[in-house]
Design a protein around this ligand. Structure first.
Ligand SMILES: N[C@@H](CCC(=O)N[C@@H](CS)C(=O)NCC(=O)O)C(=O)O
Length: 380
């Protein structure tokens, strides 16, 4: 067990330290660690494989957090919302409801849309896949009595099949998949050249969400990291700034008012890509289709898996919108309409994912985001 020591401020849950079961190469473990470090919530890091967590945490996915009272929580989005309630001082969700909604949208795009390019760069390129399969085997599989060379081979095959070729990446879509990453770099660069974090002088949930893809994948894996260094040094610098950010130093930092105009191109990208995809996914799911075709920015993705979890993501965004006070709702509507987000947000009628109907997340046993076969996106 490695121990992360952070200054103890407003106490960890139930007065003790939490344990983060995860992996140092993991997208969502990196997102959660970025949050806990910024909020200075002390935690112990326990390297864990998803299959080791199925019984204990109720879901075979990383990360899972063990609370001092023994309960487990999963899924970084509700986990972070829960910690925000437990530790109300210096929140990462802005008080301004329009900014808060914008953060939720950026978090969802970072979690779900940038996932495909992150997996593609990691498992399609030789230099990345050999390095990463070695890192995974070393960190997580030491007790498994199978030759390491075989374990590395199996990991590479599985990740490519499930998360790359099985998620619509092929020679026809590859330029667009990579283009999503390049576009994110360009849009974020123009923001970080003006201010240190997405909304101003301190991190918000938008920064935390973006650390998922940017920390453990894009700034870590050799191919996308080389691109980031050359094309977007301001993003490279922001990754380190985020990792070193502490609420005790930064929480007094001012946020810009409202949603600044330099964020609108990012919102338009989210509307054209992520929301378009979420909406097609939800329609396919409602229609009972296990796989569906969708055209994003002129690129046709064929037979991508329909995901119940991502129907829930769309439901959650709608719920967040519905909870906005009247003035913020009308401002948000105008902003979303102007930036091609509004129509796809509402296109599918009557969403009913059935994921977490009792709203108990992150305390839900068996609420899998992925499935036993590892498919992130599959109809049960
Ligand atoms: N929405 C979940 C996603 C968790 C997730 O997809 N985790 C990946 C690792 S970054 C995982 O556990 N993969 C397991 C597998 O590939 O079988 C969260 O935010 O925690």
């Amino acid at each position: 067990m490695t121990v992360h020591r952070a200054a103890e401020r407003d106490g960890a849950a139930s007065g003790g330290r939490v344990r983060v079961h995860g992996a140092k190469i993991s997208y969502f473990t990196g997102k959660l660690e970025s949050y806990l470090r910024y909020r200075e919530i002390p935690y112990d890091f326990v390297p864990s494989r998803p299959d080791q967590l199925r019984k204990r945490a109720g879901a075979a996915q990383l990360p899972a957090v063990a609370l001092p009272d023994g309960r487990f929580i999963t899924d970084t989005t509700p986990i972070i919302s829960w910690f925000e309630q437990q530790h109300p001082a210096s929140p990462v969700v802005p008080e301004d409801p329009l900014q808060a909604f914008t953060c939720r949208l950026i978090e969802d795009y970072a979690d779900e849309w940038l996932w495909r390019p992150a997996m593609h760069y990691r498992w399609s390129y030789d230099v990345d896949k050999y390095l990463l399969s070695r890192e995974i085997v070393r960190e997580l599989t030491t007790g498994i009595p199978v030759p390491a060379v075989f374990k590395r081979f199996m990991i590479r095959q599985r990740q490519l099949r499930v998360f790359v070729t099985g998620d619509g990446v092929n020679p026809a879509t590859r330029p667009h998949v990579e283009g999503s990453y390049l576009c994110a770099l360009d849009l974020l660069s123009s923001i970080f050249e003006r201010r240190p974090f997405v909304l101003g002088a301190r991190p918000t949930l938008a920064d935390i969400g973006l650390m998922g893809p940017m920390l453990r994948h894009f700034s870590h894996d050799p191919t996308p990291a080389a691109i980031m260094q050359e094309r977007a040094p301001a993003v490279w610098e922001w990754v380190a700034r985020m990792w070193n950010a502490k609420a005790s130093k930064l929480s007094g930092g001012a946020l810009v008012p409202g949603v600044p105009s330099d964020l609108e191109p990012l919102l338009a990208e989210i509307g054209e890509t992520h929301l378009e995809y979420l909406s097609a996914n939800a329609i396919a799911w409602q229609g009972g289709d296990g796989r569906f075709d969708v055209t994003i920015q002129g690129t046709a993705y064929r037979r991508v898996p329909a995901s119940r979890y991502r129907v829930w993501c769309l439901e959650e965004l709608r719920k967040r919108f519905a909870d906005l006070p009247e003035t913020a709702a009308s401002e948000a509507r105008g902003l979303l309409q102007k930036n091609r987000c509004w129509e796809p947000l509402w296109r599918p009628a009557d969403l009913a994912s059935g994921h977490d109907p009792d709203r108990r997340a992150p305390f839900v046993d068996g609420l899998e985001v992925l499935t036993a076969r590892g498919a992130r996106a599959r109809r049960d």
